[in-house]
Design a protein around this ligand. Structure first.
Ligand code: NAD
Length: 262
């Protein structure tokens, strides 16, 4: 019996079999959770439907997180299948591509800043505001995905770093709001992984290469490694952990300088 047996999880942010959300879904299913998925738009519907099928679920719901009505509709739809929910995974981020290359001040714009923060940070609060009613009386868990660019200035990550800093603060404030109801809120800060979203970041391959050469474990992390940590954080095994950012990055964030002998 897996450590998520009896739990029901909504996963927001599946786009392909490279998505971090897919690593999380597979780990959660393996540990016994029942799953439901959202998809951003019609273009992704067939793919998400097929992948949901592989996880033994037919529950897939459209949700563009920039639209509050669609967010409310997700939980109305879930009501038709489930009388409660235990886990929400938010694995969503977006910034206009032009903001993810070159000099930060030259690339940042008022509109790009707004969109990046709205889609990548506010939407986590929006999902909690709409969905936590289904967690009443449960030991609920919310999880989002961040990156080290929230904490340190990184080349090309630009406005997304600011949005991730907002997201990590959001985790702490949401943990404070929801803790009295027994709901935990955490983030995983993942190392770079080649996904559709990551392809939008200029010179992403160089980030992967640097990580592999210089992280303490001398490797890049996989969606399965992130998935395993996510399954743990959303399970009762992590019942004492909330408001935290947990790194799954082969130790990269713990180093002050790359190895000098490489
Ligand atoms: P991905 O492209 O597979 O997933 C991004 C998801 O965001 C997609 O499913 C997309 O549909 C969704 N999305 C974007 N705008 C949306 C909107 N308006 N409404 C609904 N959904 C929307 O890429 P990924 O790398 O798996 O990204 C998942 C999360 O992991 C993101 O928050 C990302 O910043 C974070 N992350 C990624 C890496 C990496 O290197 N890949 C590292 C650290 C953190």
């Amino acid at each position: 019996m897996g450590f998520l047996t009896g739990k029901r999880a909504l996963i927001v942010g599946l786009a392909s079999n490279r998505s971090i959300a897919w690593g999380i879904a597979k780990a959660m299913q393996r540990e016994g959770a029942e799953l439901a998925f959202t998809y951003q738009n019609e273009k992704l519907r067939d793919r998400v439907e097929k992948m949901a099928g592989e996880c033994g679920t037919e529950i897939i719901v459209p949700c563009d997180v920039s639209d509050d009505e669609q967010i409310d509709a997700v939980f109305d739809h879930l009501d038709d299948y489930w009388d409660h929910l235990d886990i929400i995974v938010h694995s969503v981020a977006f910034a206009p591509r032009a903001e993810l290359e070159g000099d930060y001040l030259e690339s940042v714009s008022r509109e790009g800043f707004r969109v990046a923060h709205e889609i990548s940070s506010y939407s986590f609060s929006a999902l909690a505001k709409a969905g936590c009613r289904m967690m009443e009386g449960r030991d609920g868990a919310l999880l989002t995905l961040s990156y080290y660019g929230a904490e340190k200035a990184m080349p090309n990550y630009n406005v997304m770093g600011l949005a991730k800093a907002s997201l990590e603060a959001n985790v702490r404030y949401m943990a404070q709001s929801l803790g009295p109801d027994g709901i935990r809120v955490n983030a995983i800060s993942a190392g770079p992984i080649k996904t559709l979203a990551a392809a939008g970041i200029s010179n992403f391959r160089k980030m992967l290469d640097l990580m592999e050469r210089t992280s303490p474990l001398r490797k890049n992390v996989t969606i399965d490694e992130v998935g395993n940590a996510a399954a743990f954080l959303c399970s009762d095994l992590a019942s004492g952990i909330t408001g935290e950012v947990t790194y799954v990055d082969a130790g990269y964030n713990t180093t002050g300088m790359p190895p000098l002998d490489d």
